[in-house]
Design a protein around this ligand. Structure first.
Ligand code: NAP
Length: 278
């Protein structure tokens, strides 16, 4: 049976999900569709009602709807409740169920780099993605510290990973010491993309340990954060790995099948190359 899937957000034109998921569906032999819909905040409620009425098998949810969608669903997975964000919705019976695959998607990208276990980690950014990252780091046995522009927002994000999780601002004198001891540093800000290209949250002279790994959530080209980390000899991954992993987990929730991650990566790289050529 042919089913329909979608991604909703605003903006949405930049999303790689339609190309990535369509490639995985074709590879699995499924004649399903996956489309992108730009949904402004005011249209979220009626869009969810429409997707429900039209019998969509499920959809992805991106900025700015990951928290706002929660009350519009019938149930949510405990991980989504813990993070306070839903990025994947699945229709089961007549119900819409919210999941968060960003946590396990980030964890999969992290484990590929094999960071030193039981070490501190530094997460730049205190938004929705940072919360998923914090929980994944904590579940992986690391000790995350959140660094944000606003201490209250950083503290609020830190609570996701437990009351003992540290939070600080960029000008905190303790930041240099935390970075020097870190086994992982993560960019969970938009620095490095769009009009923020060329910028990085990592302080220019920061000393990092030799075994430290670096993960940028931004994708679509080599960012300043990735360049800084490579220059220090760190093992590095950009946001494409997490994007593919979270998408592959969503694919399995909808179809019950394993996604071909290599095929998804090839589809993403084709779109990135086409856009760079324009
Ligand atoms: P968000 O909820 O809007 O949070 C963004 C965070 O970045 C906030 O903490 C914000 O700080 C901080 N920030 C924004 N501009 C900044 C600046 N100029 N300098 C320093 N910090 C700044 O967004 P999000 O959903 O967490 O997403 C963050 C990034 O991760 C985006 O680039 C997104 O595309 C990417 N992402 C990638 C994946 C993936 O699969 N690869 C998944 C999810 C998200 P304040 O709190 O001070 O406002």
């Amino acid at each position: 049976m042919s089913e329909r899937l979608a991604v909703i957000g605003d903006p949405i034109a930049h999303s790689l999900s339609p190309a990535m998921q369509t490639a995985a569906l074709r590879r699995a032999g499924l004649a399903w569709s996956y489309t992108a819909e730009r949904v402004p905040a005011l249209a979220l409620s009626r869009t969810v009602a429409r997707l429900r009425d039209e019998g969509f098998r499920g959809f992805n949810v991106t900025i700015p709807h990951k928290a706002a969608i929660r009350p519009l669903l019938d149930r949510e997975d405990p991980l989504a409740t813990r993070v306070g964000a839903v990025n994947t919705v699945v229709r089961e019976g007549g119900e819409l169920i919210g999941y968060n695959t960003d946590v396990d998607g980030f964890a999969a990208a992290l484990h590929r780099l094999d960071p030193p276990p039981g070490t501190p980690a530094v997460v730049f950014g205190a938004g929705g993605a940072a919360r998923a990252v914090l929980l994944a780091l904590m579940q992986s046995g690391m000790w995350p510290t959140v660094v944000g522009r606003d201490l209250d927002r950083a503290r609020s994000a830190a609570r996701v990973a437990g009351a003992a999780t540290r939070a600080m601002t960029y000008d905190d004198p303790a930041l240099a010491g935390v970075l020097a001891a870190a086994g992982a540093v993560v960019n969970a800000t938009p620095l490095g993309m769009g009009r923020l290209a060329g910028r990085s949250p990592l302080p220019p002279g920061a000393a990092l340990a030799g075994g430290c790994v670096a993960i940028d959530l931004v994708y679509g080209g080599e960012t300043a954060f990735v360049r800084q980390a490579r220059a220090r000899g760190l093992r590095v991954t950009d946001g494409l790995q997490m994007l593919i992993e979270q998408g592959a987990l969503a694919f399995t929730l909808w179809t019950g099948l394993e996604a071909d991650r290599d095929e998804m990566r090839r589809a993403c790289l084709r779109v990135i190359q086409d856009r760079a050529a324009c």
